[in-house]
Design a protein around this ligand. Sequence first.
Ligand code: SF4
Length: 343
Amino acid sequence: MSKKIILSGLIQQDFEKIAQDLKASKFRARQIHNWIYLKSVKSIDEMTDLSKDFREKLSEIAQVSDVTVKTKQVSEDGTIKYLIGYPDGNCVETVLMRFDNRTNLTACVSSQVGCAINCSFCATGKRGFVRNLTAAEIVEQVLTIQRDTGLKVTNVVFMGQGEPLLNLDNVLQSLTIFNEDFQIGARRITISTSGIIPGINKLAELEMQSTLALSLHAPVSEVRKQIIPVESKYPLAELKEALKNYTNKTGRRITIEYLLIKDLTDTIEMAESTAIFLKDIKCNVNLIPYNPIKDSKFKKPSTSSIMKFKYILEHSGKKVTIRLERGADIDAACGQLTGKVNS
Ligand code: SF4
């Protein structure tokens, strides 16, 4: 028996081709599309405005999804972490974050299995790189959340496992699907990078309207190298030029992610150097107090060092937020994803 078509991750033209092959109209294609992306059904049987006969024909050649939810963990704060398994046996983690008093539902998606960047604070980096995810596999993560919760995801952040700009074509293809098929506005989508300059230049060329987030984590090359080894390949001085070019071309403000690690990146000197580094870059800053992972040499910053750091950056004219810790009790917080069963 030949392999069935997986409907999740397809675009309207693909649905039209399927409808045409089954001798049905474009309208049927639009109905299937809406059942997949707007109603997040689990099976073709649930597509109740299609005739039983058509559903049977469609089921012979296609199925909604081929992923499995290996585990699901719910945090005390409502964050949900899924371990999703693909047919080749690889798994990634996807996190749904909810924030009190806000209606936003944010999916934090993975773009690769494992990661080659090997940031020293990150559980994923310790695994090394396994493979890129396809656009459909990225899209499946958001559909899995929607199918499971019955809720509609309103925001997507590419901040899960992997370096999105090292899988740029598939990430951009999934971004288009989120935008056009899920109807999630471009500005509600964020792509995060450790600082891959060719990828940043490509996004600048495309005049991307989604948000770019850069993991800066240290404004001094020698310190940054200890945290993000890719600093040796794409050093801060060149990165700064790429970021300026990006904001000029897109007109968009960058989000600077800054990890506060006790006595390494949370000092007053680092805050002052960060303010100088960011002086000519149109950006907001998001401070992330470090979450300890198993066997880590790094420590959590104190509340007073977080507040001092924030004050210095605000004083330099930047808008600064402190990232709320989500799902730390289920290892779903920043840098804690591993994508392994039993990790
Ligand atoms: S923080 Fe991101 S880029 Fe760095 S190793 Fe982890 S997954 Fe890769």
